[in-house]
Ligand binder design. Structure first.
Ligand SMILES: [Zn+2]
Length: 280
């Protein structure tokens, strides 16, 4: 199975967003008030060339993110985007020979603006999103959380993902995305309460398209919660579950913004997770 890393431009955020400082509300304020910018990071979307049709995981950033609502303190003080039109997901897939009609399924790990930004390129696809994640975008509360549902394409009418009681490694629930069962979504709550990740099994290889479950492989391995997650404990337990997954089976771990994700995919380099105590 061929998996493409599609880099949709770059994003710049604070170090305190990548790795949270402190706890609770204080931790969640740091991505805005900290002065310490991280280096530019990539924003990856992923395309899986599967015999049942292409599956796109996240649609990446888009040019419209260079202009954000000025009233929002995070958009004003916490994030910068750098992307040109030809770097959006649609044109990049076309240059790899994948047209919009080849993409059977699009699944969003969550609907933060740099993950749903390229939706307009996928008008012919089934689009799967967690129903609870969608509900979180509504109204003033959604706007304060930084969602921009007013920028979704008019036709956007996603299918809410239904979890099944089908265990996948350390994850008690999952949702198959293919009839073959070799591409599955798993719940990875933390960064957002209904965040999900996608696990691809390709022969002996296992690849996790992790969205923003963590920004980096290293922060996942250290169990360092990011500056965004609303609940420290939920985020930490998801990071522990991912380490458990990596310990059970060699897994290539690919966060959206990890500068090393594309290389790790190219080399199919598995994450080495420290052995953990057996689950109680
Ligand atoms: Zn996010």
């Amino acid at each position: 199975m061929r998996i493409h890393a599609i880099q949709t431009g770059r994003v710049r955020i604070k170090e305190a967003q990548i790795e949270g400082r402190g706890h609770g509300t204080w931790r969640q304020l740091q991505p805005i008030i900290s002065q310490e910018w991280a280096d530019w990071s990539p924003t990856y979307a992923w395309a899986i060339e599967h015999p049942e049709g292409v599956i796109v995981v996240d649609t990446g950033a888009a040019v419209h993110l260079k202009s954000l609502p000025r009233w929002h303190p995070y958009f004003q003080l916490g994030v910068r985007f750098d992307i040109e039109p030809e770097q959006e997901a649609g044109p990049q897939l076309r240059s790899r020979g994948i047209g919009a009609r080849d993409v059977k399924t699009v699944i969003l790990t969550h609907v933060h603006i740099d993950h749903d930004g390229g939706l307009a390129h996928f008008p012919h696809s089934r689009i799967l999103v967690s129903g609870d994640e969608l509900a979180r975008t509504a109204g003033v509360a959604g706007a304060i959380l930084g969602y921009l549902p007013n920028r979704w394409p008019k036709w956007f009418d996603p299918t809410p993902l239904e979890w099944q009681a089908a265990r996948c490694g350390p994850f008690a629930q999952s949702a198959p995305l293919t009839k073959a069962g070799d591409v599955v979504a798993v719940p990875t709550p933390g960064h957002t309460p209904s965040h999900l990740s996608v696990i691809v099994r390709d022969g002996d290889a296992q690849i996790m398209l992790a969205g923003d479950a963590s920004y980096l492989e290293s922060t996942m391995l250290r169990g360092a919660v990011d500056g965004v997650s609303p609940d420290d404990a939920d985020a930490a337990s998801t990071l522990a579950a991912i380490r458990e997954l990596c310990a059970q089976h060699a897994t290539v771990y690919l966060p959206t913004h990890d500068p090393k994700s594309a290389k790790r995919l190219e080399e199919r380099r598995a994450t080495v997770a420290p052995a953990q105590n057996a689950a109680a």
